[in-house]
Ligand binder design. Structure first.
Ligand code: 13P
Ligand code: SF4
Length: 329
């Protein structure tokens, strides 16, 4: 079948019917082998995708992994800014994102023109941006960070230097309080998933499960962080749940990570608190969940949609990411 590149680019994914009897996992493994491709997945992907991926990790681990990849094709099971980071770090490789609609509310909360205007107020500040940003925002940054290394990155900047931290205000305030950096200004952005956890619902779950520990991602709001037993990035929450001796956890981050928590700790109980806006009993990032096994299969088969970025933009955006990787070693 001939697939029209323009129509794929317009819709954001390959929208065709496939034989329902097709064994997608088998087909994906075959195509990966034939095409020397690798599948990278974030912990917020669905369990079936995490299980077929060659590497599963948080934002930091994924960006560190990209540099060592020898395959010709990278299929990114994650969101757009992650696939862009892969392309920026490995421009010679073909980077495929199975659905380019997989954006990020946090990255969307920091628009290029607005950020340029904001930076004009802080001419000599060091600009630290979370990797959850577009390539354009990275190109305006001195150094990137993720939730795993933000404290280390901020501490690597001379104490007398002002810092602009963007785009996550919750992570920014948390880092500011841990590092005691008064000269840090924070952009007013947030992730819809972590912002939506309800303190009331968490307190209710705690009442019913007094033996459960609350573990929270620093993108959550302050009232939740204040009552958390442990705060950490997705990978740190996973590590904590494995090394800690309790057996029940309320997990205040995207519920996809619970798949790995259960795999590592089959006898422990993990509770996903409901967000305020819905009552589904779980907290999912709908951007992350746009990626499906079918889309991964079609992406590998037709090698579309591909992430393509301007080479000047990539070289400007590469510097802050490489600085981050260097400091995180
Ligand atoms: P980490 O992968 O750094 O935990 O970030 C969480 C996140 O929201 C990724 O989109
Ligand atoms: Fe963006 Fe939040 Fe989804 Fe992560 S969980 S991709 S920060 S919207």
């Amino acid at each position: 079948m001939i697939i029209n590149v323009n129509s794929v680019n317009k819709v954001g994914f390959i929208d065709i019917e496939i034989d329902p009897k097709l064994d997608l996992i088998e087909e994906i493994q075959k195509l990966k082998h034939e095409k020397n491709a690798i599948i990278l997945a974030h912990y917020y992907q669905t369990p079936d995708i995490q299980d077929i991926a060659d590497f599963v990790g948080d934002s930091l681990a994924l960006s560190q992994k990209i540099v060592d990849i020898e395959s010709d094709i990278i299929v990114f099971a994650g969101v757009r800014f992650m696939a862009e980071t892969a392309k920026i770090l490995s421009p010679e490789k073909k980077v495929l994102l199975p659905d380019t609609n997989a954006g990020c509310s946090l990255a969307d909360s920091c628009k290029y023109e607005d950020f340029i205007k904001f930076l004009k107020n802080y001419p000599n500040y060091t600009v630290v941006t979370y990797v959850n940003t577009t390539a354009e925002i990275k190109s305006l940054s001195d150094i990137c960070c993720t939730s795993s290394n933000a404290i280390k990155i901020v501490n690597s900047i001379s104490k007398d230097k002002g810092i602009v931290f963007a785009p996550d205000k919750n992570l920014g305030s948390y880092i500011k309080s841990v590092t005691g950096r008064e000269n840090m200004v924070i952009w007013d952005g947030a992730c819809h998933v972590h912002e939506e956890f309800s303190l009331e619902a968490i307190l209710e779950i705690k009442k019913i499960n007094p033996d459960a520990k609350l573990i929270a991602h620093p993108e959550c709001k302050k009232p939740i962080l204040l009552i958390a037993d442990f705060i950490g990035s997705t990978a740190e929450l996973l590590r904590f749940s494995t090394n800690d001796n309790s057996n029940k956890y309320i997990v205040a981050t995207e519920s996809g990570i619970i798949h790995q928590m259960k795999k590592e700790n089959p006898d422990k109980i993990f509770i996903s608190p409901p967000p305020k806006a819905t009552n589904c009993g779980c907290s999912e990032c709908f951007f992350m969940k746009m990626i499906t096994l079918k889309k991964i299969y079609l992406t590998l088969k037709y090698e579309l949609p591909e992430i393509l970025l301007d080479s000047d933009l990539m070289s400007r955006a590469r510097k802050p990411i490489q600085r981050m990787i260097e400091i995180s070693k």
